[in-house]
Design a protein around this ligand. Structure first.
Ligand SMILES: Cc1ncc(COP(=O)(O)O)c(C=O)c1O
Ligand SMILES: [Zn+2]
Length: 387
């Protein structure tokens, strides 16, 4: 029987996909595994099969996979030259089935939903998680309900709706909507696989394993990742922690979690030395995918990043757009603004050479094609050619 654990009070509870928060601390819980030896099955094709021993799945239902994971780890030669940096690689998560890292988490959560006989799933999202959940819901023949934040981009709404999900645009406070969704889920039997769902977080661990294998069984020195709800960062830290627990690596990477300056409750708490964040009330950034004023795994991320080693920082919209342009122009990678924060932060930190000795992995979390508003800022126009 799978159990969930609260990393604050260390209490364990039986898995209940409708109740992923600790009833005592109100913090998100993570999957607790009984002690066992885990091995990788690298000869298998699907990423979930390769690392199934590390995941909360008794088996992998191939029919509901969309081929998530197994994304390229590409050296950024021209970026390195441009900034005189040691080895910098991008883990290109835009290559996932719906063009973001969210597919890794959705894949595990939907596998779990089907194995438990759940018939309805849902999510609360600004975009990428919505499209991902809708696509996997379609594949697995589940009724899918999506709560969008009002103001989500048309690209994201349309690329979600095409999968046949029921879409709702909800006005009002995003944090409140997040909490409400669980109430509705319990009442209506909808498994809301939101940003900090324990199954989703387990899916994100696979990125850490793939980076380790891609670097010929070594951990990188640094991992840069954009942070919003913080589910992804928590998953990456847990993934490398698994590798350490199994004796595959001896040192954890140094994690750099990045927020946009216009919505940075976690980087603010980190730089002020607080272990609890304060929600923000006004957000202003082009990086909509990471604009969460009240991140549900915020306190957990602050705790884990301090324990594992790392920092949380922020970058401005101007730095984000410059990095987005650089990734596209020099490396051929069309990253969305949230992902571009990773290069923006690296450029900022690279002024302090000492900090950046060793390989750097930038996790490019999502595609720029789903964020047209940012692309428009680059003022790109074709020249008229008269024939
Ligand atoms: C492209 C992209 N990057 C990063 C994030 C942040 O991930 P998390 O909410 O798990 O911190 C999101 C979340 O929606 C996203 O869409
Ligand atoms: Zn607790």
């Amino acid at each position: 029987m799978l159990r969930l654990e609260c990393l604050f009070c260390r209490k364990k509870f039986p898995l209940d996909v409708f109740n992923p928060f600790c009833p005592l601390c109100r913090e998100p819980m993570v999957v607790a595994y009984p002690p066992r030896t885990r091995t990788m099955a690298l000869e298998r094709e699907l990423s979930l099969e390769k690392y199934r021993d590390f995941l909360p799945l008794a088996s992998v239902n191939k029919k509901i996979s969309l081929g998530e994971g197994n994304t390229p780890l590409v050296p950024l030669y021209r970026v390195m030259k441009n900034h005189n940096l040691p080895l910098v690689l991008a883990k290109n998560e835009t290559m996932n089935p719906t063009h973001s890292f969210k597919d890794r988490g959705t894949a595990v959560a939907v596998q779990k939903a089907v194995s438990l006989g759940v018939k309805k799933i849902g999510t609360v999202s600004t975009g990428n998680m919505a499209a991902s959940t809708a696509a996997y819901g379609a594949r697995a023949e589940l009724k899918t309900i999506i709560f969008f934040k009002k103001g989500s981009s048309l690209e994201k709404i349309l690329s979600t709706g095409i999968h046949g999900a029921a879409l709702f645009q909800v006005k009002g406070d995003y944090g409140e909507l997040f909490r409400k969704s669980f109430e509705i889920g319990r009442k209506e039997g909808i498994y809301f696989m939101n940003s900090v769902d324990p199954m989703r977080i387990e899916g994100y661990k696979v990125t850490a394993y793939e980076i380790f294998i891609g670097l010929e069984r070594r951990p990188p020195r640094f991992v840069f990742v954009p942070v919003s709800s913080a589910g992804h960062l928590v998953g990456l830290i847990r993934g490398f922690q698994d590798l350490k627990d199994e004796g595959f690596i001896h040192q954890m990477p140094f994690f750099v979690g990045i927020q946009a300056k216009g919505c940075s409750p976690l980087s603010r708490a980190f730089s002020e030395g607080r272990n609890r964040f304060r929600r923000v009330f006004k957000t202003q950034t082009i990086a909509h995918a990471i604009s969460n004023p009240d991140p549900p795994a915020g306190n957990l991320a602050l705790k884990l990043i301090r324990e594992a080693g790392g920092l949380l920082m922020d970058v401005t919209d101007r730095e984000i757009l410059a990095a987005q342009r650089e990734l596209a122009e020099l490396e051929g990678i069309l990253a969305d603004p949230a992902s571009a924060t990773t290069l923006a932060a690296l450029v900022k930190l690279s002024r302090d050479r000492k900090l950046l000795r060793g390989e750097v992995v930038l996790v490019v979390t999502g595609s720029g094609l789903k964020a047209m508003e940012a692309l428009k800022k680059h003022n790109i126009y074709p020249k008229l050619l008269k024939l």
